[in-house]
Design a protein around this ligand. Structure first.
Ligand code: C2E
Ligand code: MG
Ligand code: MG
Ligand code: MG
Length: 292
């Protein structure tokens, strides 16, 4: 019977699936080497205040420059790192690298930005996470309120009871949490009351349909309303068009990220965007020009 079952199973095991599984296995062993070999680097996506177009924050996003494959996307390797138990090391490296970058920008007299880092459930829920954050902030000399920890709604779902403990510890340290990909996690809204949660990031999947799709309009407006009544700051993700920008601005969303303003950039390009001008020229605004 097992034989027949195996056969049946094999029928659905396509060559594509086989190649994917082989790639994952290979990536897994290469991922273990990547940190030591310095193959990771960070890019930073500006986050703009909707009203003024000023850059008020950046989000650190990891990149893996693979020696043979070129760039491997985080959506592919982060889940593998999670399943291999490598994510804590990676997230800690991101945290420290991002904080060091922030210090450098401060020293270069860039306007004081907030730095957001993405943290996986496996890191966030670990008992040593808080100490890692504490250590990075203290050793590098970054005030806790300059840091924002982004945690996805699905991570909260996976963390379960550990969520509250970890959130409270962060809050006591003075670090705020953003709920990333908000609206995609099918979890309860109870965690929105936790004191550390101060930001909601409206997922790109809802922004895409604005301003035409009636469902996306209704959901986005509801999210902004929830956020406002709970005194949470809203950040919309994946803004690509002026129409989306206009809608979100009018809906009362405070901050936005997206290709309309800027793609994630290497540090020197962030500096070029934000470096203090010696002449009296106006600070660059990323708000798209208003049509007459
Ligand atoms: P995320 O935190 O929700 O990041 C937003 C993603 O959307 C980024 O993809 C960004 O490049 C992309 N994006 C930004 N604006 C636009 C836009 O206007 N249009 C479109 N189509 N996309 C846009 P990226 O960098 O590939 O990261 C994917 C995900 O990987 C992140 O989603 C985050 O969950 C995870 N990730 C990235 N860096 C890290 C990290 O250092 N640690 C952990 N644990 N996860 C990370
Ligand atoms: Mg994020
Ligand atoms: Mg997101
Ligand atoms: Mg995401």
């Amino acid at each position: 019977v097992a034989k027949t079952e195996e056969r049946n199973a094999l029928r659905f095991y396509t060559p594509k699936m086989h190649a994917d599984a082989r790639r994952r296995l290979k990536l897994a062993s290469e991922l273990r080497q990547a940190l030591i070999r310095n193959e990771f680097y960070l890019v930073y996506q500006p986050s703009i205040e909707m009203k003024s177009g000023r850059i008020v924050a950046v989000e650190a996003l990891i990149r893996w420059r693979h020696p043979e494959r070129g760039n491997v996307a985080p959506d592919e390797f982060i889940p593998i790192a999670e399943s291999l138990g490598l994510i804590r090391q990676i997230d800690q490296w991101v945290l420290e690298t991002a904080c060091r970058q922030l210090l450098q920008w401060d020293e270069a007299r860039l306007p004081p930005l907030r730095m957001a880092v993405n943290v996986s459930a496996g890191s966030f829920g670990h008992p040593d996470f808080l100490q890692g954050v504490c250590q990075a902030l203290q050793e590098i000399g970054i005030p806790p309120k300059r840091l924002l920890v982004e945690l996805t709604e699905s991570a909260i779902l996976r963390l379960g009871e550990d969520t509250e403990r970890a959130m409270l510890a962060l809050h006591n340290l003075g670090v705020a949490v953003a709920i990333d990909d908000f609206g995609t996690g099918y979890s309860s809204l109870a965690y929105l009351k936790l004191p550390a949660v101060a930001y909601l990031k409206i997922d790109r999947s809802f922004v895409t349909g604005l301003p035409m799709n009636a469902n996306d309009v209704a959901i986005t407006e509801a999210m902004v309303a929830i956020a406002r009544s709970l005194d949470l700051h809203t950040i919309a993700e994946g803004i690509e068009t002026e129409g989306q920008h206009e809608f979100l601005l009018r809906a009362g969303c405070q901050e936005g990220q997206g290709f309309l303003y800027s793609r994630p950039l290497p540090p020197d390009e962030i500096e070029r965007l934000l470096a203090p001008r010696t002449t009296g020229s106006k600070r660059l605004s990323l708000v798209p020009p208003k049509r007459a």
